[in-house]
Design a binder for this molecule. Structure first.
Ligand SMILES: [Zn+2]
Ligand SMILES: [Zn+2]
Length: 151
């Protein structure tokens, strides 16, 4: 149950007590949603808030979402990068592929580039396993980076 949240624990707001009755430790229900075990009140963390906002405001840009929800841009971008925030169907251009600039709904690359990156990563991994792994971001961050590869 906890592993689903670890990526989010960095610096986002998570409800610790019920906003209605004050009971501690609301139960995590998934996708950023929490429920008070006492009164059943539903609350959201930053992820849930952003997600809810996007469901209603399809096509909102990152800055619009940030302004409306109070969730920092950096946090929103972090969700997108971690592919936790799949932009709801029908939304406008929200992200663009870091390589070819094609509009994408989550992550960092479009499916084509993601595939290419994946293949290059594999090739690099095979050829130079323990020497240099420069060029592909997280792959080079050593122990702390390695730990974040949960998949
Ligand atoms: Zn409550
Ligand atoms: Zn691309």
């Amino acid at each position: 149950m906890e592993e689903d949240r670890t990526l989010l624990m960095r610096n986002i707001h998570i409800p610790r007590t019920c906003e209605k009755c004050g009971k501690a430790n609301p139960e995590y229900k998934g996708v950023g949603e929490y429920k008070c075990s006492e009164c059943g009140y539903i609350m959201y963390d930053d992820f849930g808030i952003v997600r809810n906002y996007l469901e209603v405001h399809k096509g909102a840009t990152q800055s619009e979402v940030s302004k409306a929800t109070g969730v920092p841009m950096e946090t929103i971008r972090q969700f997108l990068r971690d592919e936790r925030l799949e932009i709801v169907a029908g939304s406008g251009v929200f992200m663009s592929c870091e390589i070819c600039r094609a509009p994408i709904r989550s992550g960092r690359y479009c499916p084509n580039c993601a595939k290419a990156v994946e293949e290059r990563k594999k090739a690099e991994h095979a050829s130079s396993h323990k020497s240099t792994m420069q060029g592909f971001g997280q792959a080079n961050k050593g122990a702390s980076g390695a730990k974040r590869f949960t998949r």
